[in-house]
Design a protein around this ligand. Structure first.
Ligand code: TXA
Ligand code: MG
Length: 326
């Protein structure tokens, strides 16, 4: 058997108190990998200025190097310091939505490891709105590359246990800060031009972004979501097949996820909320529970139309896309 150049690690589980955050910051500064909570999902962090540290993320996740990683900072000044061109659009978006679930893509300067950019010239930057993430970023005082803290192509984790499901023994430490409140990944917006382009929908909606500029996205022929590198059709998948349905089948051994008023008189395993924010918050947790339930498949009643449901539909579509190998 070939020996991996990356031997298994003992993953240190840290409380998100002062001592835990300090320890995590030291690990980041010395080139290690640390999973930490944000308001969207847990991120797997490493020093974004170090090629070796960023490669540690790709290795732990089994992530293709064609997929760029988001860089996290604790204030707007630190974000500006990473851009070759910090556009006025980026400035307006940052003022309006940071800290928060928005990743702003700008042209990168040479401070960031090329491995964060996946061969491109832009970098996605975010200030997360989470006290533990902000304290960690402030204390580490380096830009922190952090994709979602899961093996590539599996569900993003919204709790410390969900991180350990797939990364225990592959990362140096995990900072346990409880459950994430937004629950799905940030909106990614391209701010290299004069109009924002949505590259990945999220809970900050196209409508909210439109207030900041003439938004190019969302509806109509040339206003579709633009393709972001690394956005593969199947990206946020649970371990067992997920079927999006209008009504439940008679299939036994199926985990049923309902929607209010759309599955009357049928026993469900979990009833989702009809409020999109609450729906998003619980989505990955419920899919994880379903995949750990011992059932063979998941059926989920489709939620309603677009608007604030757009990002949820995007994640559901990806989670339901069958594996390439069937
Ligand atoms: O909420 C989030 O965004 C979480 C937390 C941890 O911040 N992070 C996250 O990262 O979801 P990740 O690596 O799972 O998703 C990053 C995606 C990439 O796949 C790509 O689609 C887009 O963000 N992205 C990152 N950098 C980009 C860039 N320079 N240009 C275009 N898209 C980029
Ligand atoms: Mg991810």
């Amino acid at each position: 058997m070939a020996t991996s150049p990356y031997p298994p690690k003992k993953t240190l589980r840290l409380h998100a108190d002062e001592a835990g955050i300090s320890r995590a910051a030291v690990i980041l500064r010395s080139g290690g990998t640390v999973a930490f909570p944000t308001e969207t999902v847990y991120g797997l962090g490493a020093d974004a200025t170090s090629d070796a540290a960023v490669r540690g993320i790709y290795e732990a996740k089994g992530r293709p190097s064609t997929n760029p990683v988001i860089v996290h900072v604790h204030d707007v000044e630190a974000a500006r310091a990473l851009a070759a061109d910090w556009s006025s659009l980026a400035e307006r978006l940052a003022r309006e939505f940071w800290p928060g679930p928005l990743t702003i893509v700008v042209t990168a300067n040479s401070k960031i490891s090329r491995d964060c950019l996946a061969g491109g010239s832009t970098v996605g930057i975010r200030i997360p709105n989470h006290p533990v993430a902000l304290a960690l970023l402030r204390e580490a005082d380096i830009p922190v590359a952090a994709p979602s803290a899961n093996r590539s192509n599996l569900l993003s984790p919204t709790s410390a246990d969900a991180v350990l499901d797939t990364l225990d023994g592959h990362i140096d430490a995990l900072l346990d800060g409880g459950s994430c409140t937004v629950g799905i990944e940030s909106t990614v917006v391209d701010a290299t031009g004069s109009t924002p382009k949505v590259l990945r929908p999220g809970m900050i909606s196209a409508g909210q972004l439109a207030a900041v500029g003439d938004l190019v996205s969302g509806r109509g022929e040339d206003t579709r979501i633009h393709r972001s590198p690394g956005q593969h059709p199947r990206h946020y998948a649970p371990g067992i097949p997920l079927h999006l349905v209008e009504e439940f089948s008679e299939t036994e051994q199926c985990y049923r996820i309902g929607f209010p008023h759309r599955c009357k008189d049928v026993k469900v395993d979990f009833m989702m909320s009809d409020n999109p924010s609450v729906y998003a918050e619980s989505l990955y947790r419920v899919l994880r529970e379903a995949s750990l339930s011992g059932r063979r498949t998941i059926e989920l009643i489709r939620p309603p139309g677009n608007g604030s449901w757009e990002a949820i539909h995007d994640r559901l579509r990806r989670a339901a896309t069958p594996d390439d190998d069937g």
